[in-house]
Design a protein around this ligand. Structure first.
Ligand code: TXA
Ligand code: MG
Length: 350
């Protein structure tokens, strides 16, 4: 299959191209498009065959549920059988934005969107290209992140092409995404609202609306259907092995990382360190680096993290050393992605 790529102004997408992309979606095809978090791989959410094409293109098991995207609140009632007041309040506060709400699923929404579950995840993205596409398609669009199974999410059209070129109909290139980490997934289908995945909307901001909110990210392997307790999800992973350093002080962590880098280089490994730009000097000269932003700028790290992992793969890194960015602000979402990328390989610096 030939994958068509169109470059669009992210703030004022060409309506003629949006119309073409919407027609592809309505015909059951696959279109990758930018949202403010990451690129999504879209298909008509009301068309089971189209949803199955997503799983095939991503090489992802059909048991992994897909987020339905909408552009106006009216569509929420088409997707969810029950919309509690708290969902409306959250939607009022955070939509359009980086928040996904899990709700009981309405009849008429294909089972393929969340195989084996009675729920549906819904998000209203704010990116002008996503909004225009959703409006033109005139149907909710199911879209997981536009990467192949277990690869880091795509934050640029080049990443989408790298993973999915030749397997999807169209890519809308709106440049790099603004947040770079996926949406926060909040489950409202049970008795207690629970954050399943920390993301672009901060936990503390959600707590202002739901003071009792709890965080219960799943580290079970949702993608491979594994139920082995404690098994970490292989997800958001570069090809290189990731070692995640935590504990002690920033200084001590960097010392431990630099020592580890020297030892690994000595043993013939290509070693990369994913650290703030000004910290790169503390590592042996042979260490591979890519820009990650300045100290303390977690928004820049969020924007760059997945792209940086892909760049380090291309640079031939065998091992990537990375330190915990703390739990403040976006730190929680970064920790979640790093933990998954590291598949549990944590080094606690005493
Ligand atoms: O920012 C994002 O959320 C991006 C953009 C494209 O919207 N999408 C995204 O989709 O990251 P995906 O498929 O890569 O991740 C969706 C997450 C998965 O962890 C999935 O298990 C969870 O949302 N999810 C989807 N539907 C669910 C449901 N019905 N119940 C519980 N979790 C669900
Ligand atoms: Mg994903």
């Amino acid at each position: 299959m030939d994958t068509q790529i169109f470059t669009l102004d992210p703030d004022a997408p060409d309506p003629a191209i949006i119309t073409r992309a919407a027609a592809v979606l309505r015909d059951g095809g696959l279109v990758a498009f930018p949202t403010e978090t990451v690129y999504g791989l879209g298909a008509n959410a009301m068309d089971a065959a189209a949803l199955r094409r997503i799983y095939a293109a991503k090489q992802r098991p059909a048991s992994d549920p897909i987020i339905a995207h909408i552009w106006q609140l009216r569509q929420l009632d088409q997707l969810a059988s029950e919309v509690p007041d708290i969902a409306r309040e959250l939607a009022d506060t955070f939509w359009p934005g980086a928040l996904t709400l899990v709700l009981p699923r309405a009849a008429g929404v294909p089972e393929a969107i969340a195989q084996g579950m009675q729920t549906v995840a819904v998000r209203m993205p704010g990116h002008p290209i996503a909004q225009a596409l959703l409006k033109a398609a005139d149907t909710p669009i199911g879209a997981p992140s536009a990467n192949t199974f277990t690869r880091p999410s795509a934050t640029s059209a080049a990443h989408v092409l790298e993973d999915l070129g030749g397997r999807i109909d169209m890519i809308l290139d709106g440049g790099p995404t603004r947040i770079g980490l996926e949406s926060t997934v909040l489950d409202l289908s049970g008795d207690v609202p629970t954050v399943l995945r920390p993301g672009g909307v901060l936990f503390d901001d959600l707590r202002r609306v739901i003071p009792t909110l709890t965080l219960a990210p799943k580290y079970l392997d949702e993608d491979t259907d594994s139920t082995a307790p404690g098994q970490l999800l292989k997800h958001y992973s570069p090809r290189a092995q990731v070692l995640l350093f935590t504990g002690a002080t920033t200084r001590r962590r960097h010392d431990a990382m630099a020592a580890q880098a020297s030892a690994l280089i000595e043993s013939g490994k290509q070693v990369a360190a994913l650290v703030f730009d000004e910290d790169q000097a503390a590592f042996p000269a042979q260490t591979i680096h890519v820009p990650l932003g300045s100290a303390g700028d977690l928004a820049a790290v969020g924007r760059r993290l997945f792209a940086a992992m892909r760049e380090l793969d291309l640079a031939g890194a065998d091992v990537i050393l990375v330190a915990d960015f703390g739990q403040e602000g976006l730190g929680g979402a970064l920790w979640d992605r790093l933990l998954r990328a590291a598949e549990g390989r944590i080094i606690d610096v005493a």
